[in-house]
Design a protein around this ligand. Sequence first.
Ligand code: IPE
Ligand code: IPE
Ligand code: MG
Length: 248
Amino acid sequence: MEKKILEAIDLTRLPRHVAIIMDGNGRWAKARGLERTAGHVEGVNTVRRITETASELGLEYLTLYAFSTENWNRPQAEVDALMHLIVVAIERETPDLIKNNVRLTMIGDRSRMPAEAMRRLEQCMADTSHCNGLTLVLAISYSSRWEITEACRLIAAKAAAGEIDPADITDATVAANLSSAGIPDPDLLIRTGGDYRVSNFLLWQIAYAEIYVTDIYWPDLDADSFGRAIIQYQSRERRFGLTSEQLQ
Ligand code: IPE
Ligand code: IPE
Ligand code: MG
């Protein structure tokens, strides 16, 4: 990261958790006359770069939206290419994750994942389970509505079994039954590719996240742009519904 940018970041006030909607791979490729898949291949390099930057800065959690429930409806060849990339990237990057003390976890519907991709992911999660630096959360086969619906099902089953009283259900009960249970809510949500939408990502968890949208396509996002997002985040006043005076 450029020295000037690094120096502008207040390392004592970092977001604990940054979540990113990695968008724009297809447009990046199209702009170069390449197949969409070439954008996904380049996007994997950005995953590596941003994970390293987040880890070096000392962030606790980085969640990357890699594949949504709705993305299953893309052309089969693109879905297959993305799943294959996940397998290859996980296999290739596991040693460096361990070296950088990064723990991998996953949120999303594991039952829809191809067996081979799931096997590699599970192996990488097991191999990095002892790491206590950055936690990298991959959202794969993930959508927030899927996750919230699953939580409802789990809570309803516990209520039906007499394990919980419906009157005792709080927002903490809901949070504890999401696939993100135990992970603090994101402080900063970044979307690349310039679109101002959330695309079914962490709807419950981003209740008070600061949102940062950049026109940069995901394959082009570098450490400096990531640093700029954090600087912008640090300039915001997070009021959580209170007045500015109350925060003084
Ligand atoms: C994001 O890039 C990656 C995934 C959704 C898997 P896109 O593939 O959505 O790229 P654009 O938005 O079409 O440019
Ligand atoms: C969001 O990107 C999902 C991921 C980054 C995995 P999409 O490209 O699928 O979202 P839309 O279609 O622009 O809303
Ligand atoms: Mg897109």
